[in-house]
Each structure stands twice: as C-alpha cells, then as structure tokens.
Design a protein around this ligand. Structure first.
Ligand code: FES
Length: 103
C-alpha cells in the first residue's frame, strides 16, 4: 500500500523590500544557512529546505519567516529565534528515504 510521503519541512524567509530594510533579512539568511547546515550535517537528501521569498504578504510584521507545511508564521524575526525555528523544522522532518511507515 502506498502512503504519500510527508512533506519536507521548508523554512521560507522573506527578503522582500520591507523585510530586508537595512539588509536585515540578508543577515538573518546568512545565520539561518549556518544553522541549517549544522542541523542537517551530511544527511542527503536534506531533511529540511531553506528558501527565499520576495514577499509573504505579512509586511506589517517584517521580517517574516514561514515554516511549512504547518504554515507557522514568525514575525519581527530576530537571530535569537532562528535556532528554535530550525530545531522545530528538524523535529517535523521525516527521513526522506523512509517509506512513511512507523515513527
Ligand atoms: S516584504 Fe516580507 S512580507 Fe512583504
């Protein structure tokens, strides 16, 4: 019996015009990349994905990151929040080579 593979968690960081005022999203992205690399290590395929968006339609709480597939929104983002967000994504990750059964 085939089960759909659970969606891989995605961290989508906005680098749109409001989120990236004074390059703050650029700095968040650099730190986020480091945290994701540390968390993922040499796991391939990577259990979580880091993506960039141009605007996530939440400019009023910029800078913004959304964690999918839960669609949890993190606004007024600071570096201090990023480690917890990456840990949350890793907990939601299912090994991609897994058939989806068990655990
Ligand atoms: S510019 Fe980031 S949510 Fe709109």
């Amino acid at each position: 019996m085939d089960h759909p593979k659970p969606a891989r968690p995605r961290l989508v960081l906005c680098r749109g015009q409001y989120c990236n005022i004074s390059s703050r999203s650029d700095h968040l992205y650099e730190y986020l990349q480091t945290l994701v690399e540390d968390a993922v290590g040499d796991q391939r395929p990577r259990p979580i994905k880091l993506e960039i968006a141009n605007c996530l339609d939440h400019c009023g709480i910029a800078p913004v990151l959304i964690l999918y597939p839960s669609s949890e929104i993190f606004g007024e983002l600071t570096e201090d929040q990023l480690e917890d967000i990456v840990n949350k994504a890793m907990k939601a990750a299912v090994p991609q080579s897994d058939s989806g059964a068990g655990q």
